[in-house]
Write a protein of this length. Structure first.
Length: 177
């Protein structure tokens, strides 16, 4: 994991500089999260949701045994925890509208992606505060397990404010001992 710092200057006509901003961008040198190929059979499915922040998607969320073993003394998942979001496109009608079942839920369509959160000691040290999620990091794969080229900083910045619940949106739903 490396951080690139970019200096951006706002320049107007005549070369007058109005200000400069330094942006910090975290990016992977080498991907450190492997696709958990056996997640559907080896992990525990604990939640299925219609994604509110991504309309037209349904997600099944799984946790490995480490994540389910219990929280540490600070109320956080232990290192080695892996959470997997199996993302499906919702089924649509001929006009492209999402089909809602009689239960008021979107109906699962084709697999779209697999999002992975994994926590390991020291992983958070690579990120600036606004992208740090304790020691969690993120990866996104195709349903076949190929790494997708996505902006993982979008994941990091969305989860970062959730420090009180260890940066996990579904924290209250994880079946802990």
């Amino acid at each position: 994991m490396k951080l690139n710092r970019l200096a951006v200057a706002l320049v107007v006509g005549g070369g007058l500089t109005l200000g400069a901003v330094t942006l910090t961008v975290a990016q992977e040198d080498e991907p450190r999260i492997a696709f958990p190929a056996d997640f559907a059979s080896e992990f525990t499915l604990y939640m299925e949701i219609d994604r509110v922040q991504n309309p037209g998607q349904v997600m099944r969320i799984y946790a490995n045994d480490v994540a389910l073993s219990g929280l540490d003394s600070e109320g956080r998942f232990p290192a080695g925890s892996i959470l997997v979001g199996q993302i499906f496109a919702a089924r649509t009608d001929a006009d492209g509208n999402v089909i809602i079942s009689d239960l008021g839920r979107q109906i699962i369509g084709n697999p779209a992606a697999v999002a992975v959160m994994e926590k390991e000691e020291g992983w958070g040290d690579a990120f600036p505060d606004e992208l740090r999620n304790d020691d969690w990091d993120f990866a996104i794969f195709s349903p076949a397990g190929e790494r997708l080229d996505r902006d993982l900083n979008a994941c990091r910045s969305c989860h970062a404010p959730l420090g009180d619940i260890d940066h996990v949106f579904s924290f209250q739903h994880v079946p802990l001992p």
